[in-house]
Ligand binder design. Structure first.
Ligand SMILES: Cc1cc2nc3c(=O)[nH]c(=O)nc-3n(C[C@H](O)[C@H](O)[C@H](O)COP(=O)(O)OP(=O)(O)OC[C@H]3O[C@@H](n4cnc5c(N)ncnc54)[C@H](O)[C@@H]3O)c2cc1C
Length: 332
């Protein structure tokens, strides 16, 4: 079977990988000039944190997200599984208790236990929550590695190709265009996310830390060599242009309240993009004839693309139907 995958963000690359491994002959088209050039996936934090996400997400995100950790591990993308840490300033401790009530698979930590895990945070937080099974990856490195694996499997990726150039000569099209697929998927909306990359040679974290705060919930993800991703805003908007001054101030304030030494960090990059989301914030597979749409990953692209890619493989190659993520029956 010949398949053209349109879109080389995390969804498209994961689908292409699963289809290729199952024996399909896959070609990928992306309108960006190069990997990540026009892709929301380039700005992700790379947290694989299904249990933390369970605080506000549906149980399906937790159960499908659990599978992502093993999937990315098998791809050899430099995944680190040291858990995630959730903390709050003393005055925001009710937020931490609320977070604990709404999530599973965590353990409470005392001030000393936090300091044992992350010495930089010594004396800063009296309690914390550790989600020991959670993991993180560097999303840009993961995309590069997946692209290299696909090329090694003989998959051709054509960049700078806008639209459906080769789709008339194929058996099946898998549409992974993210928010750009709104022309076909009218119920998609954009949720803007802004982030920073900062570098500090004086601050050392080994795992993602979430700082709970009623106004500026923040996370910081270590990327190695003193580089940290600080994220991320959630704004109902499809403006992909730039980070606003307000968001920049709030993200930096959040980082500063995690540790004042971060005021001395170098700002390496600011970035933003728009997460594609359906009204219930769950991803969807929609098969319409010989086109299968895989979209709506919202804030869970790296977390959910592996499971959705495995299901897409079955939908495309074996006409499978997964009511959990398919709100249109392909045979109707
Ligand atoms: C700041 C921020 C932080 C985030 N943090 C996390 C996180 O920690 N963990 C997590 O799991 N998720 C996170 N996310 C969410 C995640 O990034 C998205 O869910 C994911 O990137 C969506 O992937 P996608 O492949 O559907 O879309 P995209 O990555 O946008 O890919 C779509 C691709 O389609 C291409 N395309 C579009 N139109 C056409 C066309 N006409 N022809 C050809 N190609 C086309 C584009 O060039 C693009 O490469 C974050 C998002 C943001 C913004």
């Amino acid at each position: 079977m010949n398949v053209v995958v349109v879109g080389a963000g995390v969804a498209g690359l994961c689908c292409a990988f699963e289809l290729t491994k199952a024996g399909a002959s896959v070609e990928i088209i992306d309108r960006g000039a190069s990997l990540g050039a026009d892709s929301c996936s380039w700005f992700a934090g790379g947290m694989l944190a299904p249990w933390c996400e369970g605080e506000s997400a549906e149980p399906l995100v937790v159960s499908l997200g659990e599978r992502a950790i093993a999937w990315w591990k098998r791809r050899g993308v430099g995944l680190a599984q040291r858990g995630s840490l959730v903390v709050a300033q003393r005055r925001d401790e009710p937020e931490l208790k609320r977070f604990a009530r709404r999530t599973k698979e965590h353990e409470w930590l005392t001030e000393n236990e936090i300091a044992e895990l992350e010495p930089e945070l010594e004396g800063r937080f009296s309690h914390g929550l550790l989600f020991p099974k959670e993991a993180h990856i560097d999303p840009r490195a993961a995309l590069k590695s997946l692209k290299a694996s696909l090329e090694g499997l003989g998959v051709f990726i054509e960049y700078g190709c806008d639209g459906f150039a080769h789709t008339d000569r194929t058996d099946h099209v898998v549409d992974c265009r993210g928010l750009a697929a709104r022309d076909e998927l009218a119920d998609l909306r954009g949720v803007k996310g802004e982030m920073l990359l900062i570098r500090s040679s004086e601050f050392f974290l080994t795992r993602p830390v979430r700082l709970l705060h009623p106004r500026i919930p923040l996370y910081i993800v270590p990327r190695g060599n003193g580089l940290y991703m600080v994220g991320a805003t959630m704004i109902e908007s499809d403006d992909r242009t730039r980070i606003t001054a307000r968001s920049l101030i709030e993200l930096l304030q959040g980082a500063y309240s995690l540790h004042p030494i971060l005021a001395e960090a170098e700002v390496v990059e600011t970035g933003c993009d728009v997460r594609p989301a359906f009204p219930n914030n769950l991803p969807r597979i929609r098969r319409r004839g010989n086109t299968t749409y895989v979209n709506g990953f919202y804030r869970h692209g790296f977390l959910l693309a592996p499971a959705l890619a495995e299901w897409t493989r079955e939908v495309v190659m074996n006409n499978a139907y997964y009511p959990e993520v398919m709100d249109e029956h392909p045979m109707q």
